[in-house]
Ligand binder design. Sequence first.
Ligand code: SF4
Length: 69
Amino acid sequence: MSSVVRVEADLNKCIGAGQCVANAAPAFAQDDDTGLVVVNQDLVAASELEAIENAVYACPTRALTLIIE
Ligand code: SF4
């Protein structure tokens, strides 16, 4: 059985620090008005997993979560 990896953002924790974008754009962007994270792509492809993991670990407020289903 193959698993699916998704990334979710908690906008109540995001402070707009931009580490997610620095590590894994264009999977992530920041809202032009609020600066908060926008998840452009919630399904994580195997080729992007390392960059997105780096983004999750780099987030200073732990606003990003990887979910393996
Ligand atoms: S790194 Fe974390 S706090 Fe910064 S914009 Fe991304 S989700 Fe928000």
